[in-house]
Design a protein around this ligand. Structure first.
Ligand code: PLP
Length: 399
């Protein structure tokens, strides 16, 4: 398979598309035209490269985790997105989109956020580029990610609590889309993952692909070859697509997308105990795209669950759904409990406190080392400072 076969199109096989209300079409079309105009523009690319290097701190290191390798029985490299300014991969996308919006003449940004990492990254980009930022966040997520709410407000962002539905990312995204309809003139909707109507899944993937592009060069220098596999946690799927995309044509490299298995893979008629839409979802439409979704038999969206707020989403990016269907991406599951174990492992063995989201990728290597070959790269999508309070409540205070 080549990347050309599905590059720059509105759909990935049957997934993707633009399932949006008529009133949003002009805004989405304007974004398609804006991205086409600037994505290869030398001034835009040079300015973005400047911000990535001097503001975000790229390239992030690829680190050989020797003690974790010994413990898990496989050679492990960690892509340190936790070291990017703000503490997660999210800034790769927010800097790119905020700069694009500025080139397109927009003055304001709106965003949705789950773990608060995307909202924080949007607040960082907005403050740095002088743009007004409003972030919609589920009330439940605001509670479990208090530190990020405070950080966003410190940087001047207006954080709006969303009280509807499950009070998590799905509801925040609904609210952000609603707000965009009424403010399209001067406002860019800065989506935080490879989800939403075309062109968002493509734009976000392109800005995040800097992760995989760097890994290609770094692993060649360290190993003289690519790794046998790459493992990334998957909520909407932006850190996964970011590290996977440059490797899609390299079919010797196995790509594992690890979803939240939560507290079990079952569900009631309203609630799933997990967030495993790639593994257990069915085809449907959510937030403007056709993709794999957790839904009931009438197409109503099930509430998802994960200990990691950033993975707690009932859908997944359409390109991931497509690449999983073609067999290029292999989906997997990790429970809350296993993720907590890996959170402790990486903290104690390497002195790196991972985000709970990223802990799912680490745990997958622990439990599936025999499926991954000799050398694996883990995308460590973020750092765990934001999760310390929640983890201390789960594990108790450490003496
Ligand atoms: C640190 C971290 N990793 C992963 C994710 C999941 O998002 P995505 O699947 O888009 O990478 C989030 C979402 O907030 C996050 O904060």
């Amino acid at each position: 398979m080549t990347t050309q076969s599905y590059h720059s199109v509105t759909k990935f096989g049957k997934y993707g598309g633009q399932f949006i209300p008529e009133v949003l079409m002009p805004a989405v079309e304007e974004l398609v035209a804006g991205y086409e105009k600037y994505k290869n523009d030398p001034d835009f690319l040079a300015e973005l490269a400047h911000y990535n290097k001097y503001f975000a701190g790229r390239p992030s290191p690829l680190y050989h985790a020797k003690r974790l390798s010994k413990e898990y029985g496989i050679k492990i490299y960690i892509k340190r997105e936790d070291l990017i300014h703000g503490g997660a991969h999210k800034l790769n996308n927010t800097l790119g989109q905020a700069l694009l919006a500025k080139y397109m003449g927009k003055k304001k940004l709106i965003a949705e956020t789950g773990a608060g990492q995307h909202g924080t990254a949007a607040a960082i980009a907005g403050a740095n580029l002088g743009m007004e930022v409003t972030v919609y966040m589920g009330a439940k997520d605001m509670q479990r990610q208090r530190m990020n709410v405070y950080r966003m407000r410190l940087m001047g962002a207006n954080v709006v609590p969303v009280e509807s539905g499950s009070k998590t990312l799905k509801d925040a995204t609904n609210e952000a889309l609603r707000s965009w309809v009424t403010n399209v003139e001067d406002t860019h909707y800065l989506i935080g993952s490879v989800v939403g109507p075309h062109p968002y899944p493509t734009i976000v993937r392109d800005f995040q692909s800097i992760i995989g592009t760097e890994v290609k060069e770094q692993i060649m220098e360290l190993e003289g070859r690519y790794s046998d596999s790459i493992v990334a946690c998957t909520g909407g799927g932006s850190n996964a697509m970011g590290i996977f995309h440059p490797f899609v044509p390299d079919t010797d490299v196995k790509l594992f997308a690890v979803e939240a298995g939560g507290s079990g893979l079952g569900s009631t008629d309203k609630i799933a105990y997990h967030s495993s839409s790639l593994c257990l979802g069915e085809v449907g439409v959510l937030h403007g795209a056709c993709t794999k979704i957790l839904q009931d038999k009438y197409g109503q969206i099930l509430e998802s669950h994960s200990i990691a707020a950033g993975l707690d989403y009932s859908g997944v990016g359409p390109e991931l759904a497509y690449l999983t269907e073609t067999g290029r991406i292999i989906p997997g599951n990790i429970s809350d409990k296993q993720a907590l174990e890996a959170f402790s492992d990486l903290s104690c063995l390497e002195g790196i406190i991972p985000a709970l989201e990223s802990s799912h990728a680490v745990a997958f290597v622990k439990y599936h080392a025999d499926e991954l070959g000799d050398v694996v790269v883990i995308n460590l999508s973020g750092r765990g400072d934001k999760d310390v309070e929640a983890v201390s409540m789960e594990l108790g205070m450490i003496k």
